[in-house]
Design a protein around this ligand. Sequence first.
Ligand SMILES: Cc1ncc(COP(=O)(O)O)c(C=O)c1O
Length: 375
Amino acid sequence: MGSYNYLGFAAKDEYCTPKVVSAVQKHGWTTCSSRIEAGTSEVHTHLEAFVASYLGKPAALCWGMGFATNTTVLPSLVGKGCLVVSDQLNHRSIASGVKLSGAKVKVFLHNDMIQLEKILRDSIIQGQPRTGRPWKKILIVVEGIYSMEGDMPVFRKIVELKKKYNCYLYLDEAHSIGALGKTGRGLCEHVGVDTKDVDILMGTFTKSFGSCGGYIASSKEVIEHLRSTSAGFLYATSISVPAAQQIVSSLEIISGVDGSDRGATKIQQLKDNANYLRARLKEGGIIVLGAKDSPILPLMLYQPAKLPAFSRMLLEHGVAVVVVGFPATPLLLARARLCISAAHTKADMDYAAKILIKATNMVSACYLPPVGHIT
Ligand SMILES: Cc1ncc(COP(=O)(O)O)c(C=O)c1O
């Protein structure tokens, strides 16, 4: 329960694995080249067209790493004279990309829509510091599921604000693509927002697709601009062809192109598993964060000193979880982060719940959270 194998595609699969093996035999392990040199195969171009049509966007582009997608795309989209309005809990790759871009950044408290609107309104009224000139662009950046909280943004409101203040919106779907929405199309499908209302859809292939790499889906103009300016696209080795084939094959299953209902079944199973384990842990007296249907279950331990004992105790019983403390979380909000998979069986989850409840009891004299922590 420590890794992000949301739909179980990281394991051997009757549909994907033979296709990946054929791709290795045909193309080898790696392109040994960047996309603009000799690193583009027909699998890459097919993958990009597939991602664009799956997400209902005119075009898409892929990078060899999800982290590098954010860090090398944001500097191509914004720079000096631009403003990025970023959720406090956005991933490090977003923070790094914004920093590299040279744009001014203003951070709003996690999911605080009143503060977000105030920042947008005040920034437009005041313009750029010192000169008062209008901002060249204002870009709101949020995630589909926050990786340490397991919750989602107040997305309809964000889209409403983006339209009201005429800003751009960048959505990082690393954890929500494949996992949310009836057909795995992510947060937009989950909350009923048209993907046309999101300027930049970003995501990674490391969670739901059992592979690696990242994508951007957007307008043709944005994609062509990124193709010629994103350093991570121009100067880094492309996704290895077998890994790209794994994404294409798992996406065929997720979208039902393979002709089966395996994708739909896996997506539903993931939600059922996450909701089942969350309920079991809560019944056991554990404080678990995260939204309904979210595959991320942060199990609150609070004191950082409990983390090593908790983690070791679980490993001794064959349960792997990630424990997270300061500086990734505030000092007194240490936690274990569970990631659920459609591949977990009910027996796996019952066993894990038993061990997790036992271990939490052993490391905690009481479960009381620090004053003011909302559960
Ligand atoms: C929100 C978010 N964006 C980007 C990334 C980086 O993606 P990758 O691990 O595929 O490089 C992660 C990694 O977990 C993430 O959580």
